[in-house]
Ligand binder design. Structure first.
Ligand SMILES: *Cc1c(COP(=O)(O)O)cnc(C)c1O
Length: 780
């Protein structure tokens, strides 16, 4: 970067008195400057992507977080820009107030963002397509222990990292409504390469802004109706994680970005290659979960209705073009749409889905598949369209996101499909980008690694970290490693003090659980364990307890009552231990507000212990576990998702694994009786009873009693303690106490474990994941 040119362009966009500029003004000026300076590089990459075979990543969510620092890191100009800021008497740190683009709920959306980053860095022609929500994931505050939601107006002060492209606008048609899809493009800067990817986000707008005739008839509201109804489509991100919200507006959103993206892909293809006959040779599309699966009939529709293709030829092309990633084994998350709804909203799409479904049945009949299996495998069952089944039928590759998850798909969720098309199945264990999740969020550790490796090659090749294993017994190296960790812990304590008003000491052990709030993730089990420790300290059965901060960050879906009750319960447990003088200095419970990507960056850098405690077989992969490992936290976790591979890489002896495994649960569950576990252990009885014995208060809602009932009697669709909290509680508390006392008894030995986790995190770079997708699925 030419620093002089940068400074000139940057200051030219600021008021004369630069020190008086607001952070938002600084941010906009910086963003505009970078966008201008790198626009040619971006254009060149766009042209290059279009000229050969390319991949498109269709995702309803991209949890990109704050763009500014990451862009500077990836462009390799962070320090230069930092210097310019300082010379001008301002600070890059001022941009900490810039809001995240939270256009996703959690892991699935964050994965999409990491993938774009990795593909850009690997020089691969991958571009993302999604929705430009006006309001991203709600902003959370905690009031009196309860979650409160507010809208997230993330573009309020502008959005300098997006470029509106009116010339690529698409019309999207529903039955009785036509809207414009206007693309906003965000650059995705590769690291140490000139390649720049594009994230194209579609915004819904009316074809006609305002009806003057109706306005003149004094019907003011009616005159703006079209605008309101159009803008509704991209107004807000559904705040559900791992559950299916079967709502008409959500279906409209899915069709909106699928239709717009495919129209765009086909237009560009025609412009470059003339006809469409070779479409499948030049484009491959990854469907991120079932949300964009409506793209399959939409592609067929466009090829048949607009291009005059036969249905069979169009279906054949769809099968070649699409690939499907499954993200969950939970039935409540697998999308199924009522036929009547799809027919009402998208009648032509519905007729194509019926054709796909009938072709599948004919295919199976022709290849002699037995009738009872044919009946099971249908795309349309009980008046509903099963999107995962449609994706399995009309795609080339189907993948799970960690070894255990892919195995579970083959054995259970998608077993019929696996028996039909075993060659389509692959595993692609998730990953995270080390640019954001080490270089950006933990510059001190990054610097140490760079010094030891005599270069920052790890930024584009994370397997290099393995070379650092040889320092595991080097006192000097490890004491610096601990110093940097303590520095990060100190930074986090300041941040938490400012944001939450809670005073923590960096001398505490930082035990951290950060992820969406969900029963299967078992934050309630964590809260129970804290109460267990509290009672243990009180009754003397736990001695010499090393002071520990138990830090939670989690949003609950606003309509998920039990999850919200768990947030309140965690805060109530915090109140109990902090109001007792015997424990207030030993146990700190912090529930941070508005956990998001930017908060995650601070938390992972400061963590000692990473809580990954989902019931075995429920967490498809997890990626938070990888971020924490990379930053030198040990995993306190179950044999689930990518935890299994983490432990394979870093050694079971360097982590704290507990609880029933999937195979064990298979045996246990049919006989499992949570009541007898409850009756058989006085501490379990005591902590679980806290829900109803007056120890804590749910504010009179009855929600804690409902949690209690769900654990001991079962409730609605659950058998008692569906997620096996009571069954795993003893081994969990044991493992947790072991981790804490190991830290306390021998900090150096514990630091060695932490170091070895960092050294063995190379596999979990999304660069590895994306290189594998590119080679084996996309064939780029
Ligand atoms: C990584 C990440 C997640 C996913 O965390 P898991 O522990 O894998 O569920 C969710 N939210 C944010 C903000 C993240 O950065």
């Amino acid at each position: 970067m030419d620093k002089r040119v940068f400074t000139e362009k940057f200051t030219g966009r600021l008021p004369k008195d630069i020190k008086s500029a607001t952070p938002q003004q600084l941010h906009n000026a910086l963003g505009d400057t970078i966008m201008e300076m790198y626009s040619e590089r971006w254009n060149n990459s766009r042209q290059k992507h279009l000229s050969g075979r390319r991949a498109a990543y269709l995702s309803m969510e991209f949890l990109v977080g704050r763009a500014v620092y990451d862009n500077l890191v990836c462009l390799g100009i962070y320090h230069e820009v930092d210097e310019v800021f300082r010379q001008l008497g301002v600070s890059l740190a001022d941009l900490e107030v810039i809001e995240d683009a939270a256009l996703g709920n959690g892991g699935l959306g964050r994965l999409a963002a990491c993938f774009l980053d990795s593909a850009a860095t690997l020089g691969l022609p991958l571009d993302g397509y999604g929705i430009r929500y006006k309001y991203g994931l709600f902003r959370q505050s905690i009031v009196d222990g309860f979650q409160k939601e507010d809208i997230d107006d993330w573009t309020r002060y502008g959005d300098p990292w997006s470029k509106r492209c009116d010339e690529d606008t698409v019309l999207v048609e529903y039955n009785g409504q036509t809207v414009k899809a206007v693309p906003y493009d965000m650059p995705v800067f590769g690291c140490k390469t000139d390649n720049v990817g594009t994230l194209r986000l579609w915004q819904a707008e009316p074809v006609k802004e305002f009806d003057f005739d109706i306005f003149n008839q004094q019907n003011y509201l009616e005159a703006s109706k079209e605008k309101i109804f159009a803008e509704d489509i991209s107004r807000v991100l559904y705040p559900n994680d791992d559950t299916n919200e079967g709502k008409k507006l959500r279906l409209k959103q899915q069709y909106f970005f699928s239709c717009a993206s495919l129209t765009d892909i086909i237009r560009k293809h025609k412009a470059v290659f003339g006809g469409l006959d070779d479409l499948a040779e030049h484009i491959t599309i990854q469907l991120n979960d079932t949300h964009p699966v409506i793209s399959i009939p939409e592609l067929i529709r466009q090829l048949v209705d607009n291009e005059g293709w036969s249905f069979d030829k169009a279906l054949d092309t769809a099968k070649k073009v699409f690939n499907y990633t499954n993200h969950t084994v939970m039935q409540e998350a697998l999308e199924k749409w009522d036929c009547s709804l799809v027919d009402e909203l998208l009648p032509r799409i519905y007729s194509i889905i019926i054709q796909i479904s009938e072709t599948l049945i004919a295919d199976m009949y022709a290849s002699g598949v037995p009738k009872e299996k044919t009946d099971r495998i249908r795309i349309i069952k009980d008046g509903r369209i099963h999107m995962a089944d449609m994706a399995c039928y009309a795609s080339s590759h189907i993948n799970g996101v960690a070894e255990i998850h892919t195995q579970i798909l083959k054995d259970t969720v998608l077993a019929d499909w696996f028996s039909l098309y075993p060659e389509r199945f692959r595993n692609e264990t998730n990953g995270i980008t080390q640019r954001r999740w080490l270089a950006l969020c933990n510059p001190r550790l990054a610097e140490q690694i760079t010094e030891l490796l005599e270069g920052d090659g790890w930024m584009t090749d994370l397997s290099r970290l393995k070379e650092l294993e040889k320092y595991a017994d080097d006192k000097e190296v490890l004491s610096r490693f601990v110093r940097e960790k303590n520095y990060n812990k100190t930074l986090l304590t300041h941040y938490i003090y400012n944001k939450e008003g809670i005073d923590l000491s960096p001398d505490l052990i930082f035990d951290i659980q950060i992820k969406r709030l969900h029963e299967y993730k078992r934050q309630l089990l964590n809260a129970f364990s804290i109460l267990w420790i509290y009672y243990g300290i009180k009754d003397g059965s736990i001695k010499n307890f090393r002071p520990t901060a138990f830090i939670f960050g989690a949003k609950s879906a606003p309509g998920y009552r039990r999850a919200k009750a768990i947030i309140k319960y965690i805060n109530e447990v915090g109140r109990v231990v902090s109001s007792d003088p015997d424990t207030r200095d030993l146990i700190k419970v912090v529930f941070v507000q508005n956990y998001n990507v930017s908060y995650a960056e601070k938390l992972v850098a400061a963590a000692d212990i990473s809580e990954q405690i989902s019931t075995a077989g429920t967490e498809a992969s997890g990626t938070g576990n990888m971020k924490l490992m990379l930053n030198g936290a040990v995993t306190l976790g179950t044999y689930d998702g990518a935890n299994i591979e983490i432990v394979q890489e870093a050694g079971e002896e360097n982590n704290y694994i507990f609880g029933a495994r999937v195979e064990e649960l298979k045996e246990i569950v049919p006989e499992y009786d949570s009541r007898s576990v409850f009756a058989g252990n006085s501490m379990i009885r005591r902590v679980v009873s806290s829900l109803i014995d007056g120890t804590v208060s749910d504010g009179g809602s009855g929600d804690f009693r409902e949690l209690y009932t769900a654990l001991l009697d079962g409730a609605s669709w659950h058998e008692p303690d569906h997620y096996y909290l009571l069954g795993d509680m003893r081994s969990y508390v044991e493992a947790k106490l072991k981790a804490i006392s190991d830290y306390s008894n021998d900090r150096a030995a514990f630091a060695r474990k932490q170091w070895l986790n960092m050294c063995n995190a190379g596999k979990f770079s999304s660069d590895r994941t994306i290189a594998d997708y590119a080679e084996n699925i996309w064939k780029l």
